[in-house]
Ligand binder design. Structure first.
Ligand code: HEC
Length: 404
């Protein structure tokens, strides 16, 4: 009887697959544009060891010796029309490329540091961490997680950390900021929106010299507190919406030369104060909510057909739903709607119910308000159409990850 082995094409045995020579060129040419130094789609990098072997991930891309535990393997073998297939754009990998990856994983997935060329400098680049600093970071992140607070690395394999305390609202105040100790070299995004943090808390925020984004909207922060941000030289985004900050407070920002965006809606800043800041920082985009205010003065209905009767609307009959104007064909329909808006909301064409979550349940990235799905009577948002499709296919898989 003929041995099956003789019928198979001659292939290199697994031990002859070399990461840098055979595997890396496939990743580099087909994956790194979206999973490398420039972009981290799905919060994933495949050019770092931590990213490729999923040290922070639930579904590691590669598990040495185990093809079916390797999410990378599953995703490159999906049918070409599957929304989850990788690469996400262009032709699927060739049979030869898939074969190389198969033998590499099965053969133990030996890895070596590739040389990665970035076309853009990484905006979240941090000074090289010592092992000690990395350990301290991990301990601090674990402590935050224990308290149910949100701290994540910005991309798998990246050292930078994103902390969002806004979900705990007023339960977080100046004292809780002590929990951030140990994240000084890595904290790049801090969201304190709607918390009880005030000027005293900003004194400790001043230690986080790597901060790029700081959201202080609807906090107790005043001009005095802003004196503590003058040393945050990497800051690109600062949100002061809904605070008592005045023109005097803005003067503390004039040395922040990397600042790109500042939000000043519903503060006590005047036109003159905003103009002085704009002069000091010429590239800065100052958002004072002027467009929003103009819209509110002249609201137009979002819908053309009455959500109750299906008839053409008469703009004289309207209600407000989540800050959007909904019109009806007549006063009777308005009354029916007002009695039970929730049951008609889905029938309002053009109405975009605000999503209940601000992070995509599939990737964890910020939600795009245009990508929503109605799920169990609530509006769930996603970062992109692809995630929306993935959710619609298998809502049960992601339902637990919908925050809010
Ligand atoms: C054009 C951009 C693009 C390219 C090229 C690309 N990907 Fe992706 N990848 C994505 C996006 C977007 C996601 C997130 C999809 C989601 O979560 O629904 C993703 C997610 C993934 C994930 C899952 C991450 C997780 O959530 O656990 C893996 C693994 C992956 N890609 C592997 C690859 C591999 C391997 C290649 C190359 C063969 C590749 N990707 C090429 C865009 C891309």
């Amino acid at each position: 009887m003929l041995s099956i082995a003789l019928l198979l094409p001659a292939v290199l045995p697994a031990e002859d697959v070399d990461f840098l020579k055979d595997v890396w060129p496939i990743l580099e040419s087909r994956c790194i544009e979206c999973h490398g130094p420039d972009k981290q789609k799905g919060k994933l990098r495949l050019d770092t060891k931590a990213g490729l072997f999923g040290e922070d991930a639930k579904y590691p891309p590669v598990v040495a010796g185990d093809l079916h535990e390797s999410s990378l393997w599953e995703l490159i073998n999906l049918p070409a029309d599957d929304p989850d297939v990788m690469p996400a754009e262009g032709d699927p990998l060739t049979a030869d490329q898939i074969d190389v990856l198969k033998r590499w994983i099965e053969g133990g997935a030996a890895w070596a540091q590739p040389e990665v060329a970035s076309s853009k400098p990484d905006p979240l680049a941090l000074p090289q961490l010592t092992d000690e600093q990395r350990k301290t970071r991990d301990v601090a992140m674990a402590k935050l997680a224990e308290q149910g607070l949100y701290a994540l690395t910005v991309a798998a394999g990246h050292d930078a950390v994103d902390v969002n305390l806004s979900l705990q609202r007023t339960a977080v105040g100046d004292a809780q900021l002590e929990l951030l100790g140990g994240l000084e070299p890595v904290l790049v995004w801090l969201n304190l929106s709607g918390t009880s943090v005030a000027d005293g808390g900003l004194k400790s925020v001043a230690n986080f010299k790597q901060l790029r984004r700081l959201n202080l909207s609807k906090t107790g922060v005043t001009d005095a507190g802003l004196a503590h941000v003058t040393g945050l030289g990497e800051l690109t985004y600062l949100n002061l919406y809904g605070t008592k900050v005045t023109d005097a407070g803005l003067m503390h920002l004039t040395g922040l030369t990397k600042l790109e965006k500042v939000f000043l809606w519903q503060t006590e800043v005047t036109d003159a104060g905003a103009a002085t800041l704009a002069k000091a920082l010429p590239g800065l985009k100052i958002n004072r909510g002027v467009e929003l205010a103009a819209k509110a003065a002249e609201p137009t209905p979002v819908n053309a057909k009455c959500p109750v009767s299906g008839q053409e609307v008469d703009a004289a009959h309207f209600s407000e739903l989540e800050g959007q104007r909904v019109a009806f064909c007549c006063g009777d329909c308005k009354a029916k709607f007002d009695a039970d808006p929730a049951s008609f909301a889905a029938k309002v064409d053009g109405f975009a119910a605000a999503p209940i979550n601000d992070k995509c349940p599939v990737t964890g990235q910020p939600v795009d308000k245009a990508q929503t799905v109605s799920f169990e009577g609530k509006t769930v948002g996603f970062c992109c159409g692809k995630c929306k499709a993935a959710f619609e296919k298998e809502p049960a898989k992601f339902a637990a990850k919908i925050g809010g």
